[in-house]
Design a protein around this ligand. Structure first.
Ligand code: GLU
Length: 434
């Protein structure tokens, strides 16, 4: 199916800056190669870590509400399972393709290694436009996708989670479909579930919370006070809105936000709790939000600010606009919002980039807590979840900051160096099964 621009992606693609046309997997590999060089990884190990363990493409037929059959394409890629069962979200979007899922799966491997959770990396997706599907169609799509991947998923094998356009309800359907087929309730097969079904307190906010923990750590390294900073947030979904809210609570001035309906700018600072309430009362959209001026996606990214949090899509900061970024810190809430081509431009301009595999690792960290709680059948308080999350994110930041200083490299390069070294060391100990 050819890519069709949709309302889900249009604001961030058109009329924004031209994309790099750089494949996400190539972007991932470029950074991987750099780190492999520093680590002097031998050729065999390089080959091993560059090759996904398993790439599954399934056709997902469902009966639509009008009685007609429609066939969708679904993907699940397990990049690596050296550190433990593979872990990663499932996204529903019109432009999901194998190359993207492969890159996202590899990023999950490095992300889990960066925060020291005992998981490998995976990612899945279904190419569809969820805005055009009824709830019943979404349920049938999710259940058939899960049924087609019963041999891949499992609490000790591969554990899906929410990602772009998938939520707690979708996770509940995955859990139920898997459980029905295993003849027992198997809550630990998926994370990001509703709390009543074995989900974890704090999971929903975890990614945004983690973004803010590492952003505050970076600000303090720069000697900047959070209550004296200006913040721009691109994307107002789960990650963007929570990041904006928590930065606002720290006293930061959030001068611009955006979602698929457009960008909203107010030099005096946006009242984030009010904007979130507006969005919730308005079918989860900022459309019509009037306490700010409209701003294009391109201009929003180029605003002068202390912290820019891209929390929308991949490839937003690329070689066409990287030199115009006027932020001290770019904290990657989304996966892959900065292309490999843009890395060196930002570095030359002295922008500190907190890489996705660190910045947005709060989600998978609390997914790990959820999996642990499900397996123990013992559930933690929100306070305990948040405390442990903050501790793990802060120590991952400090660790990578130290690696970056030691090798005189960027935080992104440090994250890859640390993660790849960790996976390679584990692989050496396990050896190659023959
Ligand atoms: N989809 C999220 C991510 O990209 C969470 C994955 C998970 O919790 O397994 O990090």
């Amino acid at each position: 199916m050819a890519h069709q621009p949709s309302i889900l992606t249009s604001f961030y693609k058109e009329p924004g800056p031209k994309l790099d046309q750089e494949s996400p997997f190539d972007s991932m590999m470029e950074r991987f190669r750099f780190a492999a060089d520093i680590l002097q990884l031998d050729e065999g190990m390089f080959q091993y870590l560059a090759s996904p363990v398993k790439q599954v493409i399934v056709s997902v037929p469902i009966v639509m509400d009008d009685g007609k059959i429609k066939v969708f394409e679904g993907f699940r890629v397990i990049h690596d399972n050296v550190l433990g069962p593979s872990k990663g979200g499932v996204r529903f979007a019109p432009d999901v393709h194998l190359d993207e899922v492969k890159a996202l799966a590899a990023w999950m491997t490095w992300k889990c290694a960066v925060v020291n959770v005992p998981f490998g990396g995976a990612k899945g997706g279904i190419r569809c436009n969820p805005k055009e599907l009824s709830k019943g169609e979404l349920e049938r799509l999710t259940r058939r996708y899960t049924a087609n991947l019963l041999e891949v998923f499992g609490p000790d094998r591969d554990i899906p989670a929410p990602d772009m356009n998938t939520d707690e309800q979708v996770m509940a359907w995955i859990m139920d479909t898997y459980s029905m087929n295993s003849l027992r309730t198997e809550t630990a097969v998926v994370t990001g579930k509703p709390i009543i079904l074995g989900g974890s307190q704090g999971r929903k906010e975890a990614t945004g919370r983690g973004v803010v923990t590492v952003t505050l750590a970076a600000l303090s390294k720069m000697g900047l006070m959070p209550n004296k900073t200006t913040v721009v947030v691109q994307g107002f979904g789960n990650v963007g809105s929570v990041s904006a809210q928590l930065m606002y609570e720290q006293g930061a001035k959030v001068i611009a936000i955006s979602d698929i309906s457009g960008g909203y700018y107010n030099a005096n600072g946006i009242d984030i709790p009010e904007a979130i309430k507006f969005m919730n009362d308005n079918n989860r959209s900022l459309e019509g939000y009037s306490n700010a001026d409209p701003i294009s996606n391109e201009d929003l990214l180029q605003l002068s600010c202390d912290v820019l949090i891209p929390a929308a899509k991949e490839d937003q900061i690329n070689r066409h606009n990287a030199h115009k970024i006027d932020a001290k810190i770019v904290s990657e809430g989304a996966n892959g919002p900065v292309t490999a081509n843009a890395d060196s431009i930002l570095e030359d301009n002295g922008v500190m980039v907190i890489p996705d595999i660190l910045a947005n690792a709060g989600g998978v960290t609390v997914s790990y807590f959820e999996w642990v709680q499900d397996r123990q059948g013992y559930f933690w308080t929100e306070e305990r979840v948040n405390r442990r999350l903050n501790r793990m994110m802060r120590s991952a930041f400090d660790n990578l900051y130290g690696v970056a200083e030691k090798h005189n490299i960027t935080l992104r390069q440090a994250a890859y160096v640390y993660a790849i070294d960790r996976v390679a060391e584990t692989l050496k100990l396990r050896g190659i099964y023959a």
